[in-house]
Design a protein around this ligand. Structure first.
Ligand code: SF4
Length: 217
């Protein structure tokens, strides 16, 4: 068996165990439509999903149902409403800029392709893949966030540091139909077990297939 085949086999085993461990794994941002997830994704940079949910859920419910609503409210008011979010000033400007583009170029709708989404200011591949997977039913998306990067590195599924290369490495190992699910179960494993500072290797279901021996001592 080639090295790549062995790696694929290990990745399949990891996925099988994590799907069992986190059967309800999903996006931790609350949203009801692509517009809400797009805005919340921008606000979630260097801020917890829980805080973004706390700020935005009532606003989506009562105030901001479309790009037009945010544009009509204006930058000052929007900024005031999200000011308990880190970097609220720049994020407010980004959201307003995106709302303008959605209104002008997309009839107020969020586009459903990687190419179009990544043309929006502040939307990189990670955010675009979050939206494609969660709102448009795309299964062949690998979402490289901080948890995914850390956990796949520790599991020896990638040697790379750059998100695009990590994404490409994992696309080779995980079947397209499972890439979205894999992203979420790895994310949950990073949140609950394989934490940044103190991974709980002793209780980890991947302990025997994880090469990060140094972390287990
Ligand atoms: S064994 Fe430790 S380092 Fe490896 S995946 Fe589990 S918690 Fe993370």
């Amino acid at each position: 068996m080639s090295e790549n085949d062995k790696l694929k086999k290990r990745a399949a085993e990891i996925l099988k165990r994590l799907e069992k461990e986190y059967p309800a794994a999903k996006c931790h941002l609350e949203f009801r439509n692509p517009f809400e997830l797009l805005v919340s994704t921008i606000l979630s940079a260097q801020c917890t999903d829980a805080r973004v949910n706390m700020i935005m859920t009532p606003l989506y419910e009562n105030k901001y149902k479309s790009p037009d609503d945010i544009l009509a409210d204006g930058l000052e008011n929007f900024r005031e409403n999200i000011k308990s979010c880190n970097f609220f000033n720049n994020k407010a400007k980004s959201v307003l800029a995106i709302c303008n583009i959605l209104k002008k170029d997309y009839n107020g709708k969020v586009p459903d392709s990687l190419e179009e989404l990544t043309k929006l200011p502040g939307i990189g591949r990670k955010s675009a893949n979050v939206i494609l997977g969660n709102c448009f039913g795309k299964k062949d998306v690998i979402i490289v966030d901080t948890h995914f990067k850390r956990v796949t590195g520790r599991l020896g599924l990638t040697d790379n540091d750059e998100p695009e290369k990590i994404e490409a490495d994992l696309k080779k190992l995980i079947p397209p139909a499972k890439q979205y699910v894999f992203s979420h179960v790895i994310g949950d494993h990073g949140r609950y077990v394989c934490g940044a500072r103190k991974p709980k290797c002793g209780v980890c279901v991947l302990n025997d297939v994880c090469p990060s021996d140094s972390l287990k001592k």
